[in-house]
Design a protein around this ligand. Sequence first.
Ligand SMILES: Cc1ncc(COP(=O)(O)O)c(C=O)c1O
Length: 408
Amino acid sequence: MAFNPANNIQDLQYFGEFGGVNPSVSDSSTYTFLSAKTMFDTFEGNADGCYLYSRHSSPSNLYLGEALAAMEGTETAHVTASGMGAITAALMQLCGAGDHVISSRTIYGGTYAFLKNFAPRFNIETSFVDITKLDMVEAAITKNTKVIFCESVSNPLLEVADIRKLAELAEKHNLKLVVDNTFSPLSISPIKLGADIVLHSLTKFINGASDTVAGVICGTQEFINNLRNVNDGACMLLGPTMDSFRSASVLKNLRTLHIRMQQHSKNAHFLAEKFEANGLKTVYPGLKSHPSHELFKSMMNDQYGFGGMLTIDVGSLEKANELMELMQNRNLGYLAVSLGFYKTLFSVPGTSTSSEIPEEEQKEMGLSDGLIRFSVGLDADIDRTYKMMRDCMIKLNILEKEVQSVRA
Ligand SMILES: Cc1ncc(COP(=O)(O)O)c(C=O)c1O
């Protein structure tokens, strides 16, 4: 039977204390032991089911972790206090001084800054490559390479990584393929395509409420145990621990992810088709014009669409700013970074979420000044939204007036 991540979430059955339909929240930082011997065994990692201290693990965090592992099809998972907490801990666990990472050059600005500016302090070097060019990825592999890192659908350019092929390369050279799946939860299941570790910023679609930052690392039991190891585990020692109350609230939101993703995708697809027909330079993996449209189709789980993210290029930063301000004034969404909210969020990545990437490199990778990134909301009537957005564009001369009648 085809892998269906939403079924795996639906099939979870957690009982709370006193028979509650939601698991009880563990409101404790530390846990008692009936015998001193069990405490010793727990420190040694030999007492399954015993909780020690909440930086290590807590019942609430385990519930959410197991739910996300079920969604991604991994043995287990470890939740973290932010997406960056997941990315940095996973990479620091996999790499030490002298090691080398190959990363897609179009990735979230924070991840880019970590690999480019922070990891070299520990003598971990990164080659940034065009991840869609597999020969370039292979050519960048050295004897010190440990990891290939990419986003399934990249932030902000929406490039699509060929996870199957990258996984083959990783296997051939004995590397770990680490995939940030933040932009395409449910739509793409990287582990099923051969990835070794999947990361998410839960802050985005998965939580979907823009009320917290959170992250997760999904992988094998062995890798997650390593991350939690009291002697040398990056999650245990660097301390990116999620609070139990947040874990409980993210778990509740996870249950509606499939419905939300369907609506985000439907709305984004609708807007992308309209914008493209209006003559705007539009990037959306669901459009036939997207260079990796067929690749996305070959990797996707049916039903969840091509995701809620799209970009348009309105020519200049000034025009982009004017349009975003006008759309916000007309209550079409918020001029804000981040994604996965019920309202549309728009921002100009070049000067915000990707500002860590030097201007010259932005140009090289095709990140232009006038590029607006949309995280399309859950609008019940997307045609109404489209018409209002089109009016904003006509008012600012981004679209000509004839568009209204010709292509209505
Ligand atoms: C693709 C991607 N990965 C990771 C992150 C970082 O996540 P967080 O902000 O939860 O630390 C972001 C944030 O924008 C992102 O877009």
